[in-house]
Ligand binder design. Structure first.
Ligand SMILES: *[C@@H]1O[C@H](CO)[C@@H](O)[C@H](O)[C@H]1NC(C)=O
Ligand SMILES: *[C@@H]1O[C@H](CO)[C@@H](O)[C@H](O)[C@H]1NC(C)=O
Ligand SMILES: *[C@@H]1O[C@H](CO)[C@@H](O)[C@H](O)[C@H]1NC(C)=O
Ligand SMILES: *[C@@H]1O[C@H](CO)[C@@H](O)[C@H](O)[C@H]1NC(C)=O
Ligand SMILES: *[C@@H]1O[C@H](CO)[C@@H](O)[C@H](O)[C@H]1NC(C)=O
Ligand SMILES: *[C@@H]1O[C@H](CO)[C@@H](O)[C@H](O)[C@H]1NC(C)=O
Ligand SMILES: *[C@@H]1O[C@H](CO)[C@@H](O)[C@H](O)[C@H]1NC(C)=O
Ligand SMILES: *[C@@H]1O[C@H](CO)[C@@H](O)[C@H](O)[C@H]1NC(C)=O
Length: 841
């Protein structure tokens, strides 16, 4: 035997060796897309890994200490398209380092302290479009050996040490160059000669970012006859004066978009006056943007005088609190103002304006009418504004409006019905407080509306016609509202083109069967965060096109029945997470159904059971219906046992009376009845029995002996025994007093049932029914047996009139006399008495 320490001594190295053989340890890179995309970020690699497939197209080697790139470093990856070498401490790139990468389109070299760049460093790279050389110690574009990259579209050399704006001659080789990013370099002066190369390339469409360069001077005319797509100058100037002269230096520039401004944390310009932007008058500008300027003087509107002819203007975070109006003569087509601190809504009368975005202004509280006859797009969101009578063309003086966004405002009173705004296609009120939208079909005229968002608008839907008229609506979002009685009625009857409906967070408990009748095109239905208890609360039948159903965050326990057979077959995604599934055998077919839907269920592993003590918190998928089979047998056996026992008990119970009765027959069966009739009645009718029945029969002629339990039952003997012994055995007939109370009182029924048994035993004996008051047929029908007997036998109806009483008593007596034997003295008595009786009635 080996001592344990020695055993361990041999095993541990062996295991270590084996673990080295595991394939993962060969390949530390993350395979993002097999054979195509590999990420080898921050793996402390000193050389390019050679175990990555040749077919790799995207390779991320960032944050590895590669330090230097020798020639043909990437010859193993001829298919590479994207190569990321950010922060690889690369100081030296040798000739032909990227040779062979003929498909490379993006090369990222950000954050490498390059000291030596061989002249042929970028040779090859015949398809390169994007070169990112941010923070690479680059001192001059002229010396950057990229002149042969004819396919280059974007050159990003931000955060470098470039002093000169001299655009190198080799740019003329790059007809596709679109972006040159010189952000945060050291450029101070721009001279006419620097742009020489651009004058030779009139077709170039260049966007130039010079932000954060410490510009001092732009030679007047430097940009004359230059055409640019975009020029960005943010946080470039030390003072207003420098800014003013530099802008004048741009004279002659033709530009699609000019961006002027500062950065949020680099605001240093103070005291703007109207002359600052005067230089813009000598430029041709399509679109102007300004960002993060403050401290404007009062006549700030003059600032924009040279921008009267731009088509698009965008103002972000400017302190324009004093600005009250824009001159009518401005030809702006689009105006965007974001966070501009207006203190009152500016007067806007711009005949050409088509698009107005005016958002996120603090300190405004009411909207004033504007006159914008060409307006098509209006976004007034996030201003905290109140609207008194939304909305009609009068507020805006336009009938062309297609897009209206009033979301995230204050109270919006919906008192106009969008008169004149029939062109609207998009309408957003979310998170504003809608008032009065619920009394009439507010949207009736919006036949072109495609998109409506009234989420979180404190709307309580009561009026069923609220969405009438929206025949083109495709998207309706109304999350976070509520419905009368928390029940969804058929409010969508007009929305036959609806494809997306969001009803989340609406406190819904019930859904009307008609609710979705008119939504055959619905593709997305969001019912999440409601209070549905069952999955078949929703009427699925009309939803032929449903693809996405979100019922998460409800209280769904299961589905009640087979209704899920209408469940849309088109469904591709079903979210049932966060419900209260009851994983019990009662719902096993539903749980099986859930399992069958596994392919379309979202996060199916996360569906957990909420009920049944042993399954709580367990995945729904782990429910086994086999346990139900076992339970079923156990239940089956127990049910059978209980049934048998009950049957025996019932039989014994029934036979107990039969046996007693049989015994009684023997005892009393010799025809010696003490009573003429045993009276069964409800205690409610006792007055009638005492005052009418007893009086008339016992004191009448001939006198009958009645058995009445209040009088004739032997005290101390069990009632059932009394009924049998005293009631039936000693009586020739049974009188049943039928009344409403009789039918309703269980006790009477019991008596009556015993009487039937008795009738069965003495087939000659009869039951006489007296119906005291008119009975409701429906009530009578509940007592099937009694109903049958009543309709088969003749019965006496009590009628409280002189003639009626007379006929009643005669018929009753006749019935009682049937089968009575008479002793002679009784007959004599009876005859004399009868005269008295008939005289008295
Ligand atoms: C990856 O490449 C290998 C070898 O070329 C091949 O066998 C495998 O099928 C490829 N895998 C995929 C997902 O393309
Ligand atoms: C210029 O380039 C921009 C993108 O940088 C593009 O949107 C625009 O259409 C181009 N213009 C022309 C005339 O090619
Ligand atoms: C515009 O250019 C003209 C001549 O080209 C010059 O006289 C004028 O001063 C310039 N205006 C501004 C505001 O720079
Ligand atoms: C705008 O255009 C009009 C008409 O073409 C012209 O008279 C006016 O001087 C222009 N304004 C500016 C600031 O360029
Ligand atoms: C509903 O949509 C269909 C197809 O998208 C379209 O042809 C029809 O005109 C629309 N109906 C209305 C009333 O907009
Ligand atoms: C449904 O609405 C909820 C909350 O309103 C949201 O989080 C969820 O993403 C929506 N589901 C779908 C499928 O859009
Ligand atoms: C339900 O799942 C869908 C699809 O993954 C998702 O878009 C939606 O946000 C989920 N719902 C909620 C309330 O998270
Ligand atoms: C029980 O599960 C099996 C397979 O998991 C399935 O075929 C069967 O239909 C299920 N029975 C019921 C009653 O759901």
């Amino acid at each position: 035997m080996m001592p344990p320490t020695r055993l361990a001594g041999t095993l541990i190295p062996a295991m270590a060796f084996l673990s080295c053989l595991r394939p993962e340890s060969w390949d530390p890179c993350v395979q993002v897309v097999p054979n195509t995309t590999y990420q080898c970020m921050e793996l402390n690699l000193y050389k390019i890994p050679d175990n990555i497939p040749k077919s790799t197209k995207k390779l991320d080697l960032s944050f590895n200490p590669l330090r230097r790139l020798g020639s043909h470093s990437f010859s193993n990856f001829p298919e590479l398209q994207v190569l990321d070498l950010s922060r690889c401490e690369i100081q030296m790139i040798e000739d032909d380092a990227y040779q062979g990468l003929n498909h490379l389109s993006t090369l990222i070299l950000t954050g490498n302290p390059i000291q030596k760049l061989a002249l042929g460093a970028f040779s090859g790279l015949s398809s390169l479009q994007t070169l990112v050389a941010v923070e690479t110690n680059l001192a001059s574009l002229e010396d950057f050996p990229i002149g042969h990259l004819k396919t280059l579209k974007e050159l990003n050399v931000a955060h470098n040490l470039i002093h000169s704006f001299q655009l190198p001659e080799y740019f003329s080789n790059m007809p596709h160059l679109e972006h040159l990013d010189l952000f945060n370099n050291k450029i101070q002066n721009i001279y006419h000669k620097d742009l020489h190369v651009l004058r030779q390339m009139p077709l170039i469409n260049l966007s130039l970012d010079l932000s954060l360069n410490p510009l001092d001077f732009i030679q007047p005319g430097a940009f004359k006859e230059i055409k640019l797509n975009e020029l960005t100058l943010r946080s470039n100037f030390d003072s207003i004066d420098v800014m003013k002269t530099c802008i004048e230096g741009l004279a002659g520039l033709k530009i699609n978009r000019l961006v002027l401004g500062q950065f949020k944390n680099e605001r240093n310009l103070k005291r703007f006056d109207k002359s600052v932007l005067e230089g813009l008058c000598n430029m041709t500008i399509e679109e102007f943007r300004a960002a993060h300027f403050d401290d404007f003087s009062e006549d700030s509107i003059d600032l924009f005088n040279c921008l009267a002819n731009v088509s698009k203007i965008s103002l972000v975070s400017l302190d324009l609190s004093e600005l009250k109006s824009f001159p009518k003569s401005f030809r702006w087509q689009a105006l965007e103002s974001v966070k501009c601190n207006f203190e009152q809504f500016p007067t806007l009368e711009l005949p050409s304006l088509k698009r107005l975005v005016f958002t996120s202004n603090r300190g405004l509280n009411s909207f004033t009418e504007v006159k914008l006859p060409s307006l098509e797009f209006l976004d007034l969101s996030r201003n905290g504004l109140s609207f008194k009578g939304c909305c009609s063309w009068r507020d805006l003086e336009t009938t062309r409006l297609k897009h209206l966004d009033l979301s995230f405002n204050d109270v919006i009173t919906m008192s106009s019905n969008f008169m004149g705004l029939e062109q609207l296609e998009y309408l957003d009120f979310q998170h504003s407080n809608l008032k009065q939208g619920n009394d009439f079909p507010v949207f009736l005229s919006l036949k072109n509306l495609r998109y409506l968002d009234i989420s979180y608008t404190n709307t309580r839907v009561v009026f069923h016609g609220v969405f009438d008229g929206l025949v083109s609506l495709q998207v309706l979002k109304m999350a976070g509202n509520s419905f009368k009685d928390n029940s969804l009625p058929n409010v969508f009857r007009a929305l036959t083109n609806l494809t997306s409906l969001d009803l989340s967070k609406c406190q819904l408990e019930q859904v009307s069967q008609e609710a979705f009748y008119s939504l055959p095109r619905l593709r997305l239905l969001n019912m999440s965060y409601n209070n549905l208890l069952s999955l078949d609360t929703l009427p699925y039948k009309p939803l032929h096109s449903l693809q996405i159903l979100d019922c998460s965050f409800n209280r769904i326990v299961a589905s009640k029945g087979q209704e899920l057979q209408h469940f849309p077959s088109s469904l591709a995604s079903l979210n049932l997470t966060q419900n209260d599934f009851a994983c019990v055998c009662e719902h096993q077919s539903f749980l099986q159904w859930v399992k069958d839907q596994r392919d379309i269920l979202v996060d199916v592993e996360q569906l957990v059971c909420a009920k049944s003590s042993d399954m709580q918190g367990m995945p729904v998928l782990s429910f086994r219906n086999a346990t139900c089979q076992m339970n079923k047998t156990i239940i089956g056996i127990s049910v059978f046992a209980v049934l048998t026992v009950s049957v025996v008990v019932v039989l014994v119970y029934k036979f107990y009376f039969h046996l007693m009765l049989l015994a009684g027959c023997k005892k009393y069966g010799k025809g010696e009845s003490t009573y003429d009739a045993f009276v069964i009645y409800s205690s409610h009718d006792e007055d009638w029995v005492r005052n009418e029945l007893v009086k008339n029969l016992e004191e009448g002629v001939p006198p009958f002996q009645l058995c009445l339990h209040y009088r004739d039952f032997i005290p101390g003997v069990a009632i059932a025994a009394n009924i049998i012994q005293e009631g039936f055995h000693k009586s020739r007939k049974v009188i049943v007093v039928v009344s409403q109370h009789f039918i309703q009182s269980r006790w009477c029924i019991f008596e009556y049932e015993i009487a039937q048994t008795w009738q069965f035993l003495n087939s000659h004996a009869g039951i006489i029914f007296i119906v005291l008051q008119k009975l409701e047929k429906s009530l009578l029908r509940q007592q099937v047996e009694l109903y049958r007997l009543l309709s088969r036998n003749t019965y006496l109806e009590w009628e409280d009139s002189v003639l009626g009483r007379h006929i009643f008593w005669r018929r009753l007596r006749k019935a009682l006399l049937d089968g009575k034997t008479w002793s002679p003295e009784e007959t004599a008595d009876a005859e004399s008495n009868q005269h008295d009786a008939e005289n008295s009635t």
